[in-house]
Design a protein around this ligand. Structure first.
Ligand code: MTE
Length: 395
């Protein structure tokens, strides 16, 4: 620096030449210097890339909205770019009494209806599912990256059911079915539809859904695990009992310590995670750090988040950044002066119902270690003297 900074003294090409033309990229792209931030597949997780997961890089994101190109992907049988002019949504009843007038909607029909836009998180029920028994993955991208948050635009499903003359007294459940080869079908309780929360969505972050996320139509079921957010939505059936389809009888059931399974455990309970500093990152030097993370609850708004830097002995309340919305990601931040000594970073969220995110010991006492789904335990990141951060578990 004594000789002067060449980045200041030598004028760079972007100062001495003409830049690129407008609309060089008619649909904009991130900077070439941001290529490291990508959705990533966990190596060896599945045998086929079509039946797999690509995780959101939570460690590199700010605020609460996930850029659409980084929204996590989970497909049971690959994705297709569906021609919207050939896409149809059928709404009907299990038998004649459930809806007066079964209908088939085109995309044009749906786009004519009055829309709503709402911000919500979507989390796969299997998020953090590899960590039930022990530490399994190195980074927050793989431990918590089946989590994204967007502004979704669409039509309340209630409106479509009323358009078909639903009998609200008879209707107890709806079945949602996707147009992909996986026959993804999920039962949704009618109360969620009546509350106006369930959307038949076509918009995501101001643009049409991306093909990987269900273009041109997907179900949005706020607070409920991702599998119920049926993509490429083509059929809604109204009935009076759960269908117990393969995706709710064999998969997406919670194995309990006594060997029995819990079924229809759809709500994503209150959870949080520190996204930076997090596993795989390196602290450069002792001194000031901003600890930042995300909190969310399938039961409503986040009330508070406490952060510990000593593995859960002492806790301090984090700053909650607005907006704080129901069933939406909430960003928290807290100042930390690292003294260069080993530390264990944790966050613990509380939602508006008073539910407190559990420690691993508390969760395992009830749920055991053999489940895949609904692991909402407190995450711990260990910092060692070299500044390296790694994934550890604290009971
Ligand atoms: N819908 C269909 N039709 N096919 C699928 O494979 N995957 C489900 C759900 N909806 C799936 C689907 C699962 S398991 C999850 S977690 C979410 O979509 C993932 O949504 P995303 O890929 O937009 O992140």
């Amino acid at each position: 620096a004594a000789e002067g900074d060449p980045n200041i003294l030598t004028l760079p090409p972007w100062t001495t030449s003409l830049g690129q033309a407008v609309a060089a990229h008619p649909y904009g792209l991130p900077s070439q210097y941001e290529k490291g931030l990508q959705r990533r597949e966990s190596p060896g997780l599945t045998r086929m890339p079509q039946v797999s997961v690509a995780f959101t890089p939570l460690q590199g994101l700010f605020g609460i909205i996930t850029p659409s190109g980084l929204h996590f992907e989970r497909h049971h049988q690959g994705w297709s770019d569906i021609d919207p002019s050939r896409h149809r949504l059928m709404v009907h009843g299990t038998d004649e009494g459930f809806v007066k007038q079964p209908k088939v909607y085109t995309m044009d029909d749906i786009l004519r209806l009055p829309p709503v836009s709402r911000m919500h998180f979507i989390e796969c029920g299997a998020n953090t599912g590899m960590e039930w028994g022990n530490v399994a993955v190195p980074t927050v991208q793989y431990s918590h990256g089946m989590l994204s948050c967007s502004e979704f635009t669409g039509v309340p499903l209630r409106l479509l059911l009323e358009d078909c003359g639903v009998d609200w007294k008879k209707a107890k459940y709806v079945l949602a079915e996707g147009a992909d080869g996986s026959s993804m079908t999920r039962t949704i309780p009618i109360e969620l539809v009546q509350s106006d929360e369930v959307l038949v969505a076509y918009g995501q972050n101001g643009e049409m859904l991306r093909p990987e996320n269900g273009y041109p139509l997907r179900l949005v079921v706020p607070g409920v695990q991702g599998v119920s957010w049926v993509k490429w939505l083509r059929r809604i059936e109204v009935g009076d009992q759960p269908w117990a389809t393969k995706d709710e009888a064999i998969h997406y059931i919670d194995l309990m310590p006594d060997g029995r399974h819990r079924q229809y455990t759809s709500t994503q309970e209150c959870k949080s995670v520190i996204t930076t500093p997090s596993g795989g990152q390196l602290l450069l030097d002792k001194g000031f750090y901003n600890i930042s993370g995300l909190a969310w609850s399938g039961r409503g708004k986040i009330k508070r988040v406490d952060v510990s830097t000593d593995g859960g002995v002492n806790w301090r309340p984090a700053r909650i950044e607005g907006p704080v919305l129901s069933k939406c990601l909430t960003r928290f931040n807290i100042d930390w002066a690292w003294d260069g000594k080993p530390a264990v970073l944790q966050s613990r969220a509380v939602d508006e119902t008073g539910y407190v995110q559990p420690a691993y010991g508390q969760l395992r006492a009830v749920r055991g270690t053999k489940s895949i789904y609904h692991n909402n335990a407190i995450q711990s990141w260990k910092v060692v003297e070299s500044g390296e951060v790694s994934n550890v578990q604290v009971l």
